[in-house]
Structure formats: C-alpha cells, structure tokens
Design a protein around this ligand. Structure first.
Ligand SMILES: [Zn+2]
Length: 282
C-alpha cells in the first residue's frame, strides 16, 4: 500500500505517464481506495513543493515557535515525547487530511475534504469535490464488502494494513522534513532552492525498494519533482557531487532517528544573529 501510494504521488506530479488524464484517473481510483482525496492532495502538495520549509506558506510539517506555543511544557518531556510520537503515527495521516494537522495555519476550515475550504482556489474546488465522491464511493464499496464478508474480516485485510500504511507515510514524510540540523525560513530569508535543500534523505534499508525510494531520495524529488520514482536514486547519485555539503543525508537508524527527532524537533526558535532563519530547539 505504501509503494502504491508513492506511485499515486507520481500521478499527482504527472510523472507517471505522458497523459495527464490517465495519471489523474489512476491517481483518483487508487487514492480513493485508501480514503485519500486525490486532487485535494495533488493541489496542496503542489503548494508544498513551491514553498518547502517556508513558515508562512508550506503545507506540511510546519513547526511551531517555542515562544508562541502553550503546550511546550506538556510535550517537552519523555512521556510527552512518546505520546506525541504515538499520536502522530496513529492519527497524523487522517488528522492532516481532515483538519490540516501539522500543516499550514489557515482561517476557516482547512480540510482536504472541504471543497470550499481555504486550501484551494476557485479553479480547484470542482476536482476536490470529485475526490470526495471517490472517497464516498470507496466507503460505499467497503460497506458492501463488509456486509457480505463480515466487518472483522475487512478489518484484518483492509483496516489494519491501512493504519500501518498511514503510520509509515507519516514516518517518512516527518523524517524527510524534520532534522535537528535543518533550518526553516520566514519570508525574509526563504527562497525556493533554500527550502528544497532543507530536506533530508534517510536510509530505510530493504524497505527503500518497497517504498519506491521516495523517502531515501527525497532531496532530488524536491529539486526535480517531475522525475518518476524509478529514476530518483540514479538522479541522486548525480546531484550529490554538485550539491556537496548542501546535500542532506542521515543514515542514523530509523528507530533511533524518529526518537531523536521527536525529542529535538518539537519547536523552533529564531537564529539569534540571522533574522528570518529558524532552528529546532529542545
Ligand atoms: Zn512530491
């Protein structure tokens, strides 16, 4: 499911085929099957790529300022860290699509299921509605299957894998965009290249192939989002010598990294000397 998700991600970038309609048809069907609104994500994801690591305009994983956050004391301790990690893995995926959890702060109801919401512009609302219809059709189909075969069976063959897929999706997007040594920027210092380079490739070992290499070759994806997933590892080999120290790769084991990042990447503070640049602070 995670691998297929990343193929749909290619569809959203129109790097799946030379036919945008085919990309959208396959994307809509496959994303609907995992209750994800295809066009809605395609549009917000485009905004994410255009504004990566911008505190004002990025769509995903927008960190909170330590001084502005009322719950610092609650989560900045070992128990709070564990609760935060479990909460993210369990609810982060649908929390993001339903309520824009960990996303950009909007006025109104910023939900990927809300065609009238502030995430989308007027030209996008019709397709967001179409994506909702896809999810409703999938829910209807699941209900029919559950009624025929039993909901317990459906839970085992669909519900549990879906929850695991969501957790993995949260895990790898989190680790691609959160690292103690990577900065965020406000509009005084942000530019597109700086933002794209504030991403981190990770080492998932054997899982890299299953995930279609998206989490271990994410930097190149942010520089050239039209490269399909089956070429991003090769492309990474070519950008590494060009980028030199600007290429971020961390081979810390995934378990160790997620524990460290959950502890050290909870909040940001502005650089004391360079205004407009923000670093994670414990
Ligand atoms: Zn992308």
């Amino acid at each position: 499911m995670v691998g297929l998700w990343n193929v749909v991600h290619d569809c959203g970038h129109h790097s799946f085929s030379e036919y945008p309609l085919l990309d959208d048809a396959i994307g809509l069907i496959l994303h609907s099957l995992v209750l994800t609104p295809y066009h809605s994500f395609k549009y917000s994801h485009r905004t994410h790529h255009a504004n990566t690591s911008s505190l004002e305009k990025d769509e995903n994983w927008v960190p909170k300022l330590k001084n502005d956050t009322w719950f610092v004391e609650i989560i900045a301790n070992p128990i709070g860290n564990v609760m935060m990690l479990l909460f993210r893995l369990a609810f982060g995926y649908f929390g993001y699509f339903l309520f824009n959890l960990h996303g950009r702060i909007y006025k109104g109801l910023p939900s990927h299921y809300n065609p009238l919401g502030p995430i989308f512009n007027d030209s996008e609302r019709g397709q967001v509605f179409l994506s909702d219809l896809g999810v409703v059709a999938a829910l209807y189909g699941l209900d029919r299957i559950g009624t025929k075969t039993g909901f317990q069976w459906l839970l085992y063959v669909y519900g549990v894998p879906l929850v695991i897929m969501c957790a993995f999706f949260i895990l790898f997007t989190y680790l691609n965009h959160n690292h103690p040594s990577v900065a965020h920027y406000d509009s005084r210092e942000w530019d597109w290249l700086r933002g794209a380079l504030a991403t981190v490739d990770r080492d998932y070992g054997i899982l890299s192939t299953i995930f279609h290499d998206e989490p271990n070759a994410h930097v190149v994806h942010h520089l050239f989002s039209n490269i399909p997933h089956y070429h991003i590892v090769e492309a990474t080999q070519y950008i590494k010598p060009v980028l030199g120290d600007y290429y971020n790769f961390d081979d810390t084991s995934i378990l160790k990294a997620v524990i460290r990042e959950t502890k050290e990447c909870l909040f940001i503070e502005e650089d004391s000397e360079k205004k407009g640049i923000y670093w994670f602070r414990k």
